[in-house]
Design a binder for this molecule. Structure first.
Ligand code: TYM
Length: 330
């Protein structure tokens, strides 16, 4: 079966709607017919300052959310990045074949460092995409299910895989991004020109929030000054985003939804979107709470996942080290 790898940061506490629709929902769908590796990327999280207690709790919480969303540890290898040290080891090697200018073109660094003031940005935030490259290449992934915002990092991954292969001999699979067009960029509900993000909390829907809060967020979504429900991301991004969200949670296609709202206003669309998201979020949150009540079981699953992941990662790293000319310990 083709192999997939993807990761999610544990920083936000609750996943936001965009994480789920853009990525995690695809992870769950792909685990049946792929050899799937999914991880909570705690090493990526420390590129900005983390409170240790919060990072610890959020890592368990992220893992619980992936389980609650339907990632099955029997079908997929579900693990925590820092428990597989080969990621960081390969990350260093990949840093050494990356050009400074090449790393400097990564737009997420520019956005994130601009937000905090570039004097405060860490070197780790700058090299973040190269660690991501290692996450992917160390499993020889064929495809990487992510949202649109990760496309540039996937291009870097392909470039570095090809560069390593041509310098040191074919070693890495060159992966493809797997970006589902419809849900690749869920928009901020207050500013539908921006993507939904945990860093813009007022326009985001956090799946573990109280159902009343979730419903209110959707019902107060910014739309436009017309009244007609149409799918047109360019001129009607707010309405189109609500249609995308409603469609994704109900399994209905957007064209047929549009027909339903003929003659009805935006209020009906918002109310139905709120209902559909709550219908998912409520049992999701209940399942997360159950899983969180047994942290020993979570850490046991993490350990088992890490062992499965490490078996693959260590094989790739050994090949890489040998190709580089490192003298192996005997
Ligand atoms: P992160 O933790 O920011 O987001 C996790 C996933 O959610 C997707 N996503 C969205 N999709 C659609 N609409 C949105 N508004 C939206 N917001 C977030 C992201 O595209 C992502 O797929 N660098 C990665 C984590 C990472 C990774 C990896 C991913 C580390 N190593 C290896 C894939 C492979 C990140 O920060 O994702």
């Amino acid at each position: 079966a083709p192999r997939v790898l993807s990761g999610i940061q544990p920083t936000a506490g609750s996943f936001q709607l965009g994480n789920y629709l853009g990525a995690v929902k695809q992870w769950v769908a792909m685990q049946d017919d792929h050899d799937a590796f999914y991880c909570v990327v705690d090493l990526h999280a420390i590129t900005v300052e983390q409170d240790p207690k919060e990072l610890h709790a959020n890592t368990l919480l992220a893992y619980a959310q992936l389980l609650a969303a339907g990632v099955d540890p029997d079908r997929a290898t579900l693990f925590v990045q820092s428990q597989v040290p080969e990621h960081a080891q390969l990350g260093w090697v990949m840093q050494c074949i990356t050009g400074f200018g090449e790393a400097n073109r990564m737009t997420q660094f520019k956005d994130k460092s601009a937000r905090g003031g570039s004097d405060h940005a860490s070197v780790g935030l700058f090299t973040y995409p190269i660690l991501q490259v290692a996450d992917i290449l160390i499993y020889q992934a064929d495809a990487v299910p992510v949202g649109e915002d990760q496309r540039q990092h996937l291009e870097l991954t392909r470039d570095l895989a090809q560069r390593f292969n041509s310098r040191y001999g074919t070693t890495f699979t060159v992966p493809q991004p797997f970006i589902v067009k419809d849900t690749a960029k869920i928009l901020d509900l207050q500013d539908p020109t921006a993507k939904m993000s945990k860093s813009l909390p007022h326009g985001a829907v956090f799946l573990l929030d109280d159902p009343k809060v979730i419903a209110k967020r959707l019902k107060s979504a910014v739309t436009d000054s017309e009244t007609e429900v149409r799918f047109d991301p360019d001129t009607k991004p707010g309405v189109s985003n609500l249609l995308t969200i409603l469609g994704a949670f109900t399994g209905r296609d957007v064209e047929s939804l549009v027909l339903d709202y003929d003659g009805k206003g935006y209020g009906a669309l918002k109310g139905d979107a709120a209902e559909a998201v709550v219908a998912f979020a409520q049992p999701f949150a209940a399942r997360v709470a159950e899983l969180q009540a047994d942290p020993a079981e979570l850490t046991r699953l993490m350990g088992a996942g890490a062992a499965k992941a490490q078996a693959v990662a260590s094989t790739t790293l050994a090949t890489v080290y040998e190709r580089m000319g490192f003298v192996a310990a005997r």
